[in-house]
Write a protein that binds this ligand. Structure first.
Ligand SMILES: [Zn+2]
Length: 254
């Protein structure tokens, strides 16, 4: 009897999660109202400099994300004037669970549920009910030279972005946040994981250009600006990034 009750409770929880996920998917890709994106900063290396950088952030720090989404949505004929609003959330004093390295499908699924549970406990905003939660894990470059992988999950609408805590990196940080934000809205990666080169044509901002190289823009999910068939450079600001047609289709813009 006790076992039957446990199974029933588990099934109920899974069903609730599934229905919630489906409703969230419809809500976030219908583009009928602005999505409220909240960026929760986390001091990931416990450094005083990282803390100081986090304290310098406000809603304005994410203006380039807002204007990027506005311009790109307009390009695809979305009537909504402002597709996303981005706000700074309260600092979170906990680290999200790390994804399993080379994990099996069940391990990744378990981690994704753990992350959703963690975000449910660490994702409150005093005024808003966030549609998308991005956890910005900040590291100071004096202690960390290379950042680990950022992730964005459509199920649960959660992103975890690993970023540098220095003012001159804010513009690049906003590119990473936008990339993970679009993952939460259903966009897929469009670069080759073995060498970070954008995949042609979906990872190119302007695949029809002749000559094809050098490209002037990066496609947001392609990640980099291709300058030749086997070389590319990192965009420094969202002003040199576009949303390509394939990404636009995935997030419901066409
Ligand atoms: Zn990605």
């Amino acid at each position: 009897m006790a076992k039957k009750i446990r199974v029933a409770v588990l099934l109920f929880v899974l069903l609730t999660v599934a229905v919630g996920t489906w409703q969230a998917r419809v809500r976030t890709t219908s583009w009928k109202r602005a999505l409220d994106v909240v960026v929760f900063p986390v001091n990931a290396d416990s450094k005083a400099q990282t803390d100081a950088y986090i304290r310098s952030l406000d809603d304005e720090s994410f203006e380039s994300i807002r204007s990027f989404m506005r311009n790109e949505a307009q390009h695809y004929g979305i009537a909504l004037l402002n597709p996303v609003d981005v706000y700074i959330g309260p600092q979170v004093d906990a680290m999200p669970p790390s994804p399993p390295v080379g994990g099996s499908v069940p391990q990744v699924m378990l981690w994704s549920l753990q992350l959703r549970f963690w975000a449910w406990r660490h994702g409150e905003h005093p005024i808003l009910k966030p549609d998308v939660r991005i956890y910005a894990l900040f590291y100071h470059p004096s202690t960390t030279q290379r950042l680990g992988h950022s992730v964005g999950l459509q199920k649960g609408l959660i992103g975890v972005a690993k970023l540098f805590a220095v003012p001159h990196m804010t513009a690049e940080n906003n590119i990473i946040i936008t990339h993970e934000l679009l993952h939460t809205l259903g966009a897929t990666d469009k670069y080759d994981f073995s060498n970070n080169q954008p995949v042609y044509p979906s990872g190119y901002a302007e695949p029809e250009n002749t000559p094809l190289y050098p490209q002037q823009f990066a496609e947001i999910m392609g990640g980099r600006i291709p300058v030749s068939q086997d070389a590319s450079v990192s965009p420094q600001t969202l002003e040199t990034v576009l949303v390509g047609p394939e990404t636009a289709r995935e997030i419901g813009w066409r």
